[in-house]
Design a protein around this ligand. Structure first.
Ligand SMILES: [Fe+2]
Ligand SMILES: [Fe+2]
Length: 205
């Protein structure tokens, strides 16, 4: 179990293992990983904002997502700073199919869609957290270790937030059931051949 400072990352039981080769590949291509990380934080903020547009009557979700969007933008700016320190530019990067593949599994009924979107958010946050932990245990660069050590606990908290929100709109037993289905889909996605990203690649080619 990787530990950075006082932070220990533990993969939740429902999050299935990804390809074991990912962390080696990621450490060999840190420029691509850090750039993708910036895009992921930007996307996390944008996803949180999307709830304000789609679910304006869900007061608890609106407040939580407004706070989350602000926090993810702070993360985005933090990663922009790391990019600058590394002499890298923030630039376009071909997105991985990971997010689109996860959102493809979302059901269409109004409540089902909301529950699945929240659970997908939990899965993405949990996988980010796991991968920050893997990176933190391997990278020697002090700036990156500090970054992952700082952001990992936030993403773990976001995982809990998404799960709690899902349990607030649907029967918790049904949420658990749906979480295992979506978690299996998420893990299968990670094993598809893909360009290396924070949430993709490192599997069989
Ligand atoms: Fe974040
Ligand atoms: Fe997050």
């Amino acid at each position: 179990m990787p530990t950075v400072g006082t932070v220990t990352y533990e993969r939740p039981a429902w999050l299935l293992p990804g390809p074991p080769g990912w962390v080696d590949a990621a450490c060999d291509h840190l420029d691509a990983i850090v750039l993708d990380h910036a895009h992921c934080e930007k996307k996390a903020a944008s996803t949180a904002l999307g709830y304000l547009f789609r679910y304006p009557k869900e007061t608890r979700i609106v407040h939580a997502m407004s706070r989350l969007a602000r926090e993810e933008l702070v993360h985005f700016e933090r990663v922009l700073g790391v990019l600058a320190d590394r002499g890298q530019r923030f630039e376009r990067q071909k997105p991985s199919a990971y997010g689109a593949e996860l959102f493809r599994a979302i059901r269409t009924g109004p409540r089902e869609k909301l529950v699945d979107e929240l659970l997908t958010g939990a899965l993405i946050e949990a996988r980010s957290c796991e991968r920050f932990g893997q990176l933190a245990s391997r990278v020697t660069d002090a700036t990156l270790r500090a970054l992952y050590g700082e952001l990992g606990p936030s993403e773990a908290r976001h995982t809990t937030l998404y799960l709690d929100l899902a349990r607030s709109v649907e029967d918790p037993a049904q949420v658990e059931d749906r979480l295992s289905t979506l978690a299996a889909h998420e893990a299968a996605t990670l094993f598809a051949p893909a360009e290396l990203r924070l949430h993709a690649g490192g599997g069989p080619t």
